[in-house]
Design a protein around this ligand. Structure first.
Ligand SMILES: [Zn+2]
Length: 700
C-alpha cells in the first residue's frame, strides 16, 4: 500500500501531533452555531461528545451482551511466556512501523461513552502483545501486526505459519521468540495460509529468498496462491486503497473518539512488505505432507474467506489450525474496502468438514487472528457456531429475498438468531450483519431492488437540487436536520442532510451538521469497519481530504508476482478510452525468458490482449525478457530506454507505443467521496505510461 503511506506522509498517524489546517478552525466563527459544543479532549476541534441518545443506545446494547462469558479473556491470557516490552517497532527506513502505545488507553478505563461496549471489549482482547505457548511445541506471537504468527517445532527447526505483513514486525516476532523458546534453531519451513497480505508480507523478515529458491526451505501455500495474492487488488486497486481510508479509518487517530482497533487485530503495520513465491503448492482437496518431520494434513478451502485458503491439522499434536476461516468474530461476506462478495454457504461447509474431519479429536485450535481455543468441547462449540453463522446468513437472507425483501431493506430486516448473538465469537468485529446481509443479496441478485425508479437513477448530485428545492431550500433542511439531530433521529437526519450536501457541496454548515450526525452514528457502531467509515466521512467533511503530494511505487515483489496478462489487463483499465478514439493497431509482445507471447490490439477505443496468440501482420513486434519488462513495470526504466539500449527489440512501427502511452492516466489516490471535501489541489505522482501503479495488496 505504498500510495496510501505516501498520502499519509504529512499526517501523524500515531495520533500525537494531528495537524488541522488553520482554515478549519477559522470556519467556526463564520458559520452558524454547531449542533453541540466542541468537546474538550476530542482530537478534532469540531469533534462532539456522544449525545444522550448515543449513550442510551450503548447502555441498552451493553445490557444485552453476554458479559458473563469471560472465557475469551482466559484464552487470550493463557500461555503467556513473555510480554513485548517495547511498545514501538521501527521500520528499517526510520519511521514507526508498529505502535501499541496508542492503544493502551483502551485498558485504562472500564468503559467509554463513545465506544460500543462490545467493540471496546474486542479491542481490549486485541491488546495482547507478546509471546504465547499454544501447547508445548506450538507458539504464537500476537499483537505484532493485524495478524498472528505461529511457530511449530519441526525435527530440525521451526515451521513458521503466516509471517505477518511487514519484514520488521515479523523479524521482531522471531527475535522475541528466539530469546525465550527458539533454542537458536533456524526456520525450517514457511506456510502461507492464504492470499491476503497479512499472511505473507513479512516473510523477508524471517527467511532469505535464496534458501527458498534452492529448496532448502519449503514455502507451502494453497493452489493458485500467486495468481490470487495480487489479482484481488489490481483492477480496482486505486479505489480499494481509497476506500481503506473509510473501512480502516486511516486518517483517524487512536482515541475514544476515533480509531479503536480493527477487530481482527489492532492495526495494519507500516513496514516493508515483501513476497517470496511458494515452492510447494497444496494441490489436492486433502493433502498430507511431512513438513520438517511433522505430519500435516492440509484442507484446501477455496472461495471462503479468500479465493485461495487452507486449514491445517497436525494429528500428532491434535492441533487444528483454522487459518482465517474461523476467528473470534463474524468475518466479511462483503468487505467495505470493496471485493467480490464471498460465498458464505461454501465457507460454512468447509468449516463443517473441518469439524467432522478433525474437530472430533482436536484438543487445541488456533488461527491467524485472535487467540486459541483449548479442549475438544470448546473447539466444537466454536466450529459449530461459526458453521451456523455463515450458513444462517446465507439461508435466512435468501429466505427473505425470496419473499421480496430487497438489498435496500435487508439490513433492517435480517437478524442473527439469539443463540448466535449470545456467542462473542459470532459478533461482528469485521463483518456485520448489516453489510454482510446486503452482500448476500448482491451475490445472488445484484444491486437492483427491481423498482424501476432505481433502475436508471439520476446521479446523486443531479437529483439532490430538486429535493432541496421541493423541501423548501437549505435553511429549512438545516433547521429540520438540526431538530432531528437534537432528537437523536440520526438516520432520518442523514437522509435530508445528505441531499443538501450533494446539492450544495460548498455549504459548510450543511457539511458540519452532516458530520455531527455521522459522528453519533459512528459512536453507536459495534463493527469497527462501520464505525471507521462514519468517522472517516466525519473527518473529511470537517477538514477536507488532506493536502500534500502523493508518490507512487509498488514493491518489486508485487510487480514480480503480477503476470504479464494481469499487467496488460491493468493497462487497459488505466487507458482513458476517450483518448484512444480512432486509434487502431496490433502489437505482438514476446517475452522469451518465460516463453510467453501475447497479441495486443487497440480497436474501437478498447485495448485487449490474448495470451498464446500472435498476429500475422502486426504493426509492431516487441521482444523483451519478462525480467526486463519488470523494470519498466516498476518504473525503473522506460520502455523507450529499453528499446534504445537494445534490451528490447522493436520491429515495425515503434510510434504505436507512444500513441498507446499517450492514453494512459494516473489514478488519484485521494479522489473525492463526500461532496465538497476536495478543497486542495492534489498533486498526483506522474508515473511512466507503462508503470504499474496499483499500490500493494490489501490485508484482511
Ligand atoms: Zn488476515
Amino acid at each position: 500500500m505504498m500510495p496510501r503511506r505516501h498520502f499519509l506522509g504529512g499526517l501523524a498517524v500515531a495520533g500525537t501531533a494531528f495537524a488541522i489546517p488553520a482554515s478549519v478552525l477559522a470556519q467556526e466563527a463564520t458559520n452558524p452555531p454547531p449542533s453541540a459544543a466542541p468537546l474538550d479532549g476530542h482530537f478534532h476541534p469540531l469533534g462532539k461528545a456522544p449525545s444522550k441518545y448515543t449513550v442510551e443506545i450503548l447502555e441498552q446494547a451493553k445490557a444485552k451482551l453476554p458479559f458473563a462469558d469471560t472465557r475469551d479473556f482466559d484464552e487470550k491470557n493463557k500461555g503467556l511466556i513473555a510480554p513485548m516490552t517495547e511498545m514501538k517497532i521501527m521500520a528499517d527506513s526510520g519511521h514507526v512501523a508498529w505502535d501499541m502505545e496508542r492503544f493502551q488507553f483502551l485498558d485504562q478505563e472500564a468503559e467509554f461513552d463513545s465506544i460500543h461496549p462490545s467493540l471496546h471489549r474486542q479491542s481490549k482482547l486485541n491488546n495482547n502483545y507478546g509471546l504465547y505457548e499454544v501447547i508445548p511445541g506450538i507458539y504464537q506471537v500476537r499483537g505484532f501486526d493485524l495478524s498472528d504468527v505461529s511457530f511449530v517445532r519441526g525435527k530440525t527447526g521451526w515451521i513458521v505459519i503466516d509471517p505477518l505483513i511487514s519484514a520488521e514486525t515479523a523479524r521482531a516476532a522471531w527475535n522475541l521468540f528466539q530469546k525465550h523458546v527458539g533454542e537458536g534453531l533456524p526456520v525450517s519451513a514457511v506456510i502461507y495460509s492464504h492470499s491476503h497480505a497479512d499472511h505473507w508480507g513479512g516473510v523477508r523478515g524471517i527467511v532469505k529468498e535464496a534458501d527458498v529458491r534452492s529448496g532448502k526451505i519449503p514455502v507451502i501455500a494453497p493452489r493458485n496462491f500467486m495468481e490470487h495474492t495480487i489479482a484481488e487488488n489490481v483492477y480496482a486497486g486505486n479505489a480499494m486503497n481509497r476506500r481503506l481510508f473509510y473501512q480502516y479509518g486511516l486518517l483517524l487517530p487512536a482515541s475514544p473518539h476515533g480509531y479503536v482497533g480493527q477487530g481482527l487485530g489492532q492495526a495494519v503495520s507500516a513496514g516493508a512488505m515483501g513476497l517470496i513465491a511458494p515452492n510447494r503448492l497444496v494441490e489436492k482437496e486433502i493433502e498430507e505432507i511431512e513438513v520438517d518431520g511433522v505430519k500435516m494434513i492440509f484442507q484446501d478451502t477455496p472461495n471462503t474467506e479468500a479465493p485461495t485458503e487452507m486449514n491445517t491439522y497436525i494429528p500428532e499434536m491434535k492441533a487444528l489450525w483454522m487459518a482465517e476461516n474461523v476467528i473470534a468474530s463474524l468475518h466479511n461476506i462483503y468487505t467495505l474496502r470493496g471485493a467480490p462478495v464471498r460465498n458464505p454457504l461454501n465457507w460454512s461447509k468447509y468449516i463443517a468438514q473441518a469439524l467432522y474431519r478433525f474437530g472430533q479429536e482436536a484438543e487445541v485450535m488456533f488461527a491467524s487472528h485472535h487467540w486459541p481455543r483449548w479442549g475438544n468441547a470448546r473447539i466444537q462449540e466454536v466450529l459449530r457456531g461459526q458453521r451456523d453463522l455463515y450458513a444462517h446468513m446465507n439461508n435466512q437472507v435468501l429466505h427473505f429475498a425470496n419473499q421480496g425483501v430487497t438489498i435496500n431493506e435487508i439490513h433492517n430486516v435480517y437478524e442473527l438468531p439469539q443463540g448466535l448473538q449470545d456467542k462473542w465469537f459470532c459478533r461482528g468485529y469485521h463483518g456485520s450483519a448489516q453489510h454482510n446481509s446486503r452482500g448476500v443479496i448482491q451475490r445472488f441478485l445484484g444491486f437492483w431492488d427491481c423498482n424501476p425508479a432505481t433502475l436508471i437513477p439520476l446521479s446523486p448530485a443531479d437529483s439532490a437540487p430538486l429535493y432541496v428545492e421541493m423541501m423548501g431550500g437549505s435553511k429549512k433542511i438545516l433547521a429540520r436536520g438540526q431538530q432531528l439531530h437534537n432528537e437523536g433521529k440520526y438516520f432520518l437526519a442523514q437522509e435530508i442532510l445528505n441531499k443538501l450536501v450533494q446539492a450544495e457541496p460548498t455549504n459548510t454548515a450543511a457539511k458540519n451538521l452532516l458530520a455531527d450526525i455521522f459522528e453519533q452514528i459512528g459512536y453507536q457502531q459495534e463493527n469497527p469497519g462501520l464505525r471507521n467509515s462514519y468517522l472517516a466521512a466525519t473527518y473529511e467533511l470537517r477538514t477536507g481530504i488532506p493536502q500534500g503530494n502523493t508518490a507512487d511505487s509498488s514493491s518489486p515483489d508485487v510487480i514480480r508476482a503480477m503476470s504479464t496478462e494481469l499487467f496488460l489487463n491493468f493497462l487497459a483499465i488505466r487507458m482513458d478510452s476517450r483518448k484512444a478514439e480512432g486509434m487502431r493497431f496490433t502489437i505482438n509482445l514476446i517475452t522469451p525468458d518465460n516463453g510467453e507471447k501475447f497479441l495486443v490490439e487497440l480497436e474501437n477505443a478498447t485495448l485487449t490482449n490474448i495470451q498464446g496468440f500472435l498476429a500475422d501482420k502486426p504493426d509492431l513486434t516487441l521482444t523483451i525478457n519478462r525480467t526486463d519488462l519488470e523494470q519498466t513495470m516498476m518504473g525503473a526504466k522506460t520502455l523507450e530506454a529499453q528499446i534504445k539500449d537494445g534490451t528490447a527489440k522493436a520491429e515495425g512501427d515503434v510510434s504505436v507505443l507512444a500513441k498507446l502511452g499517450s492514453t494512459m492516466v494516473d489514478f488519484d489516490p485521494r479522489f473525492q467521496i463526500m461532496p465538497g471535501t476536495k478543497s486542495f489541489a492534489a498533486n498526483v505522482a506522474k508515473t511512466d505510461a507503462y508503470e504499474v501503479s496499483v499500490g500493494e495488496p490489501t490485508p484482511e
